[in-house]
Ligand binder design. Structure first.
Ligand code: GLC
Length: 530
């Protein structure tokens, strides 16, 4: 079995993990200094969000130079030191790759703006003439994920200077122009980027917006009449949306090419991997990204999106496993939180109930076959923070006026009783303010409390190594009333998603997400040896 097939990977959101130089923003030396914490937690690998040169309009997902470290986060030497120290501690390092778009400050986009319509410089992006009189309307009806139209009109340079001209596509912020992956220069550039970081020793790549690189060639309008969900909201019965901007078949050739490059670098340390951030509409199309000659993993967002219901949990577990098996694809992955979604204790209702449910869902996740991804701070039981409007920085907040994603990106509390809770040296306040009531949530406070969420995560990760790893990929989940039941080898896993306690079957309790006696309380999960 290769390391990644059962790995637990910890997501580090670089701005918010640990600040080494005291400027209030997390950085690479900060991460390196905290690597022993991750080793002691018991994870196998870390995935670090983008730390490359960037104007930080979307916090690094707007890359201006893919092979330089942004001075905000350190230097290339700091990246090398981080990778080397992680390997010494037995941790693998996955870095983020952002191939769908560049920053508008990337030299390619600057050259495209300076060159005329129809030039090779423009052909690396998706520039088009507008519709309507004088081309004053966007080329099609697509929306940006961050709100508003997916097109921005430029002012043409040169002799026609000052005149409104062509439009360019950006599925995200205006500052993130989409590349044209039908242009071979783009694929060649990214193969170079892969090799650059592989040569520096990284163990893999998380591929940003992996389902988006190709757009339907005609760039036709999206048909909006079928955007409604089916009445049951079930994944399988859902009416599929018309999405000419996502999941185009050509994207899979990119991953076949990358797989060959990754395979070239495999050595005694093991495989180098790719993990797709692909928000697909069905488990079957998720499976396409992890066919044997494509990427190794794809985030299983179906699990993250599932409501608190034993039946829905069982459905998503079984349908994900079945879809992957049918495609002869890689083992599944499981994830409950990341830097783009509301943290799972809050999604499950918040407060004591939300936390109990979050711990229970995590305990189930860690028993499932395949690999699991954790998001920094979930091991501390942190909830989504209501960041005050003046402190919000997510581009989607600026484009829509909706709160956005800042609330799951608040810097971690390490120790102390008041902000910045040891986030960095010198008492500098972090780039997003931390709540005043986090004193009990710090790593230091939870490390000396056996009932803390941190202590629970450490026990759960150790228990996974003892009882779950190596149990193969077989797993069938079922819902008995509102109790989820599944078996992994000698371990029976139960999660009570109902309102009342239920009788506990015979067996030795290996670990539970909360207190249990001869009954299994609501919002609690347990592993039993039966
Ligand atoms: C991905 C990232 C998200 C980013 C977007 C655009 O979804 O996870 O944070 O804003 O891509 O790059």
């Amino acid at each position: 079995m290769s390391w990644w097939q059962e790995a637990v990977v910890y997501q580090v959101y670089v701005r918010s993990f640990a600040d080494g130089d005291g400027d209030g923003v997390g950085d690479l030396p900060g991460i390196t200094s905290r690597l022993p914490y991750l080793r002691d937690l018991g994870v196998d690998a870390l995935w670090i969000t983008p730390f490359y040169s960037s104007p930080q309009k979307d916090h690094g997902y707007d890359v201006a130079d893919y092979t330089e470290v942004d001075p905000l986060f350190g230097t290339l030497a700091d990246a090398d030191a981080l990778i080397a120290r992680a390997h010494e501690l037995g941790l693998r390092v996955i870095v983020d790759l952002v191939p769908n778009h560049t920053s508008d400050q990337h030299e390619w986009f600057q050259a495209a703006l300076a060159a005329p319509p129809g030039s090779p410089e423009r052909a690396r992006y998706l520039f088009r003439d507008g519709k309507g009189r004088g081309g004053s309307k966007p080329p099609n009806n697509w929306d940006s994920i961050f709100g508003g139209p997916a097109w921005t009109r430029i002012t043409e340079p040169g002799s026609s200077g000052g005149k409104p001209g062509q439009w360019y596509l950006h599925l995200f912020d205006t500052s993130q122009p989409d590349l044209d992956w039908r242009n071979p220069e783009v694929g060649d550039m990214f193969e170079g980027v892969l090799r650059f970081w592989l040569d520096r020793g990284v163990d893999g790549f998380r591929v940003d917006v992996a389902h988006g690189l190709f757009k339907e060639e005609s760039l036709r309008d999206q048909n909006r009449s079928d955007l409604a969900e089916s009445p049951t909201g079930s994944m399988v019965e859902r009416v599929l949306r018309d999405e000419p901007m996502w999941e185009q078949p050509e994207v899979h050739d990119v991953y076949r090419r990358w797989r060959k490059v990754l395979d070239e670098y495999g050595d005694a340390r093991g495989d180098r991997i790719g993990v797709a951030e692909a928000w697909t509409q069905t488990p079957e199309s998720m499976a396409d990204f992890v066919r044997p000659d494509e990427l190794h993993q794809a985030f299983n967002f179906g699990w993250l999106a599932t409501h608190w219901s034993a039946r829905d949990f069982a459905d998503v577990i079984n349908s994900s496993i079945a879809a992957l098996a049918t495609a002869h694809a890689s083992p599944p992955t499981w994830v409950l939180s990341n830097h783009d979604v509301v943290r799972h204790p809050t999604r499950y209702g918040g407060g004591a109930v939300g936390l109990a449910r979050a711990r229970a869902a995590t305990l189930v996740m860690l028993a499932l076959p395949g690999s699991a991804y954790l998001y920094q701070g979930e091991e501390l039981g942190i909830e989504q923070v209501d960041v005050p409007p003046e402190a919000r920085q997510d581009p989607s907040w600026f484009r829509t006026g909706e709160p956005g994603r800042d609330g799951c990106r608040v810097p971690l509390p390490w120790d102390g009783t008041a902000p910045p809770y040891g986030f960095g040296p010198g008492g500098t306040q972090p780039w997003i303010p931390q709540p005043d009531d986090w004193a009990d949530l710090t790593v230091a406070a939870q490390s000396v409390d056996e009932t803390s969420t941190l202590a629970f995560y450490r026990r759960a990760l150790a228990a996974r190594n003892t009882w779950v790893r190596g149990n193969g990929m077989a797993c069938v989940a079922e819902a008995k009333r509102n109790v989820l039941v599944l078996r992994r080898g000698e371990v029976t896993v139960l999660l009570n998603a109902g309102q009342r306690s239920v009788a506990m079957p015979e067996g030795e309790v290996l670990i539970s997400s909360g207190p249990v006696g001869d009954r299994l309380p609501a919002n609690t999960a347990v592993w039993l040896r039966t």
